[in-house]
Design a protein around this ligand. Structure first.
Ligand code: ADP
Ligand code: MG
Length: 353
């Protein structure tokens, strides 16, 4: 194994820009020093030379100076609709290899309606939806109540509360109005899916020719060479069924996180797990993911059918905390092994293994 110069690129919470009136949880998605140090140690364990670089305005010059062989990128970015795509754009300008998905995929996944358009084009199951840029746009008659109202380009349950579930026109219009004002971005309205939240992590890359099979090709064997599926994780929201309406709200994700039960592996029928893995692979492929991703689902209780809510091409890697890390642990993979699996996937892709 060759020893490489690796730069871990991240946006640390403690280095994030501050501005007046900034809400307390504004940088909830950013990483801790502990996460970055643990990733760096995992890579050092493989004999690499590892440094950390903050993904801020100084990054371009620092990278030109350091010229690492490869970057382990987990930058969430700071500002703008495509913030997660900023650092990969710089890396491509400098022609430096990096782990994880590229510019287009990272920008796409931050836009939920745009991602859903791609999924719908490929006949992948995602709740039917409509995007509102004004409060009084007519509602598509195909969409029947209850509906779910959320921001188009937020994460970590931002803008998601028990009021997200609306049962009539009055509640719908009121909630669209609240979100348009709070986030100044289009509002996504979806069919409400009643059932548990399940998330599936995946590491690796699809190997052709399997990678080119269409997901709707029922004849295709459901084998995904090159992809390693982690066991599905179910978030038990039953404890807060009354207060949070059984939804993975911002309060559940931030304030109640330590108190929630994560069931991993989720107790699901093996056929359903196979279906979830298949849908994860298909979503990974049609959105152009690389090396690692996590797909969030809701399982419809009545139909027993999974619906894709979103794909996270930069899933959190906080030791002992992030969903992907919990999933890996359920399979007997520790944090260092998970980090190196992601690195190995990238090295193989760049022919650097
Ligand atoms: N269409 C829907 N029907 C029912 N619940 C939903 C729907 N969309 C989102 N949710 C609930 O809201 C949570 C957060 O939604 P999601 O789109 O994944 O946003 P985030 O980026 O904040 O995770 C989900 O985990 C789920 O509990
Ligand atoms: Mg989600």
């Amino acid at each position: 194994m060759t020893q490489l110069n690796v730069a871990v690129l991240a946006n640390l919470k403690k280095n994030a820009p501050r501005f007046p009136g900034m809400p307390e949880d504004y940088w909830a998605d950013l990483d801790s020093e502990h996460t970055v140090e643990t990733i760096a140690d995992a890579l050092r364990g493989r004999g690499h030379n590892v440094t950390f670089l903050e993904g801020d305005l100084t990054l371009f010059d620092r990278l030109r100076e350091a010229r690492p062989d490869i970057c382990f990128n987990i930058c969430e970015g700071h500002f703008g609709d495509s913030r997660e795509a900023h650092v990969p754009s710089i890396l491509e300008m400098l022609r430096i290899p990096y782990t994880g998905s590229k510019v287009l995929t990272l920008a796409l996944a931050l836009d939920k309606p745009m991602t859903k358009r791609v999924l719908t084009f490929h006949s992948l199951p995602t709740p039917p939806f409509q995007v509102f840029e004004r409060t009084n746009e007519p509602l598509d008659p195909e969409l029947t109540f209850p509906l779910f109202v959320k921001p188009s380009r937020q994460g970590t349950g931002m803008g998601i509360s028990p009021q997200s579930v609306v049962y009539d026109e009055g509640q719908l219009r009121a909630q669209i109005d609240v979100l348009l004002k709070a986030y100044s971005e289009p509002v996504l309205v979806e069919r409400f899916i009643s059932g548990p939240d399940v998330t599936v992590g995946v590491v690796g890359n699809l190997v052709p020719p399997v990678a080119w099979r269409l997901p709707e090709d029922e004849e295709a064997p459901r084998v995904h060479r090159g992809l390693h599926f982690l066991p599905p994780l179910q978030i038990d929201l039953g404890k807060y069924a009354d207060e949070e309406a059984g939804i993975y709200t911002n309060r559940a994700k931030v304030d109640l996180a330590d108190d929630l039960t994560y069931i991993c592996p989720a107790q699901l029928d093996p056929d359903l797990v196979e279906e979830l893995n298949w849908l994860t692979a298909a979503t990974f492929r049609v959105t152009g993911c690389l090396d690692v991703a996590r797909v969030d689902f809701r399982l419809d209780e009545a139909e027993g059918k999974p619906y894709i809510l979103e794909i996270n091409p930069l899933p959190g890697l906080a030791p002992g905390i992030s969903d992907l890390v919990i999933e890996a642990r359920a399979e007997g993979l520790d944090h260092a092994e998970l980090v190196n699996m992601i690195m190995d996937a990238a090295l193989e892709r760049y022919d650097m293994a």
